[in-house]
Design a protein around this ligand. Structure first.
Ligand code: BES
Ligand code: MN
Ligand code: ZN
Length: 460
């Protein structure tokens, strides 16, 4: 991936001056007369996100002025500079002064440079930045590259991103970092006791599979990441209506994000024994599809009644979590685009997370804030656990009511985690519905940077 960062010495880099409404007058007064006149003539007032190129006497671009919120503004968006790559003419730039948070501004600049160009050449300008002194450009690039990986995987439509292609992406990553790669495909899932992954995936002509990547020193703490890899979620026989099905290519967003996280962990050589498990399936409709009220005995031995074939993500995660749990990991993390209810509760930009480890809850919330990768804790509310009761099996995958849908999904998953020392579950959305600074419309990297930060603090 071409880097947005210019590492060659760039004395000629065009300076970007950040200003707020409050600081603009002073900044403006300092400008050479012609540039000042140009800014005034354009009515520039340093409104958040406003950008203006100021000319030199010979008509070159002498500098850029860019508006930010006041530091204490309610609407403060530390990723605002992520708009710059979409606004600037081609060239090499540098920061002339400090935005509110320089590190996040540089990250935003990199994240905002992302374009999905698999099917059509991007017409974006070639805009590069000389990283300011004191910024760890390598780590910032690591984060931006990981976000681009997650976005590319999610944005690639289901016809080109089925279970096999998702497995190939994981294998590619494994090869790059010399990790072990294993994949259990199709009927072997039954033979090796992954009944739920097989049940959800069998109706598709594209065979379901369980991707298993391991990396690092076996003596290091065991960190296992599990990602929901539903390459397309039609809902199954409980078919989704068109509007609900439209963006379901993103239903492998959990898988995309654990791969992004794994890439950061391996690239940074964190001191962990990493394992990545991705159940990869397509939730399709066919004569052999699993049906409402079917009952399957899961890997863990729990009889699971299918209340709704559209609650498929928790089913495939259940078998993968059970496998992960068998080796008593120190930290078990799962990510998935599991419920519409999470979006109803908190919207697309603020995924709920669940854990009973109070230290982990505090730590991950702090990391999420620091990385501007927001997460919000919701409870594993014990009293709702009984809603998962089935009249004929051990558990149902879809309680009859619609209340607290994200919580009951988390409680379902919790039944399959017993031995892990610590467990974190994040119900992500994986998608930006309309573009925001540093966050172009489409597939999104969510929770991966926050968790990478946490792992770096614990195992760096
Ligand atoms: N992939 C969906 C969840 C989803 C839907 C995420 C829309 C983001 C946007 C998941 O498989 C699903 O369909 N969940 C159902 C669960 C229900 C049937 C218990 C849901 O949320 O409606
Ligand atoms: Mn579904
Ligand atoms: Zn789904």
């Amino acid at each position: 991936m071409p880097s947005v960062f210019e590492t060659a010495p760039a004395a000629s880099a065009i300076p970007i001056t950040f200003a707020t409404k409050a600081t603009w007058d002073a900044t403006c007064a300092e400008l050479p007369a012609q540039a000042r006149q140009f800014a005034l003539a354009n009515g520039f007032a340093a409104k958040p996100g406003a950008c203006l190129a100021l000319p030199s006497a010979d008509g070159q671009i002498a500098q850029i002025v860019f508006g930010l919120e006041e530091k204490n503004a309610k609407s403060l968006d530390l990723f605002r500079p992520g708009l710059l790559p979409g606004l600037l003419p081609p060239g090499v730039y540098r920061f002339a002064n400090a935005p509110h948070d320089t590190r996040l501004a540089v990250l935003a600049f990199a994240l905002g440079s992302y374009r999905f160009s698999r099917y059509r050449k991007s017409d974006a300008a070639d805009v590069r930045l000389v990283p300011p002194d004191g910024i760890d450009a390598a780590d910032t690039k690591r984060m931006a590259d990981a976000a681009a990986l997650a976005r590319d995987l999610i944005n690639t439509p289901a016809n080109d991103m089925g279970p096999e292609e998702l497995a190939l992406a994981a294998q590619h990553l494994a090869n790059r970092f010399d990790a072990n790669f294993n994949c259990i495909v199709g009927d072997d899932l039954t033979r090796q006791n992954f009944p739920l992954i097989h049940a959800v995936g069998m109706a598709s002509s594209r065979a379901p599979r369980l991707i298993d990547l391991t990396w690092g020193d076996p003596a290091h703490p065991k960190v296992t990441l599990v990602g929901k890899g539903v390459c397309f979620d039609s809902g199954g026989l409980d078919l989704k209506p068109s509007a609900g099905m439209l963006i379901m290519k993103k239903d492998m967003g959990g898988a995309a994000n654990v791969l992004a996280l794994a890439q950061m962990v391996m690239d940074a050589k964190l001191r962990v024994r990493l394992r990545v498990l991705i159940p990869a399936v397509e939730n399709a409709v066919a004569g052999n599809a699993f049906r409402p009220l079917d009952i399957f005995t899961s890997r863990k031995g729990l009889a699971v009644e299918i209340g709704n074939t559209d609650a498929e993500g928790r089913l495939i995660l259940a078998d993968a979590l059970a496998l992960a749990d068998e080796e008593n990991p120190d930290l078990l993390v799962d990510l998935g685009t599991l419920t519409g209810a999470a979006r109803v509760a908190l919207g697309p930009d603020l995924p709920p997370f669940y854990t009973n480890d109070e230290t982990l809850a505090l730590d991950i919330a702090a990391c999420a804030k620091q990385e501007n990768d927001p997460l919000w804790r919701l409870p594993l509310w014990p009293a709702y656990d009984a809603w998962l009761d089935s009249k004929v099996a051990n558990i149902t995958n879809a309680p009859s009511g619609t209340f607290a849908g994200s919580i009951t999904c988390a409680l379902f998953l919790q039944r399959f985690v017993e031995h892990a020392k610590s467990w974190l579950h994040v119900d992500i959305y994986g998608w930006t519905p309309s573009a925001k600074p540093a966050r172009p419309e489409g597939g999104e990297c969510q929770a991966a940077r926050a968790i990478y930060k946490l792992l770096g603090e614990r195992y760096g």
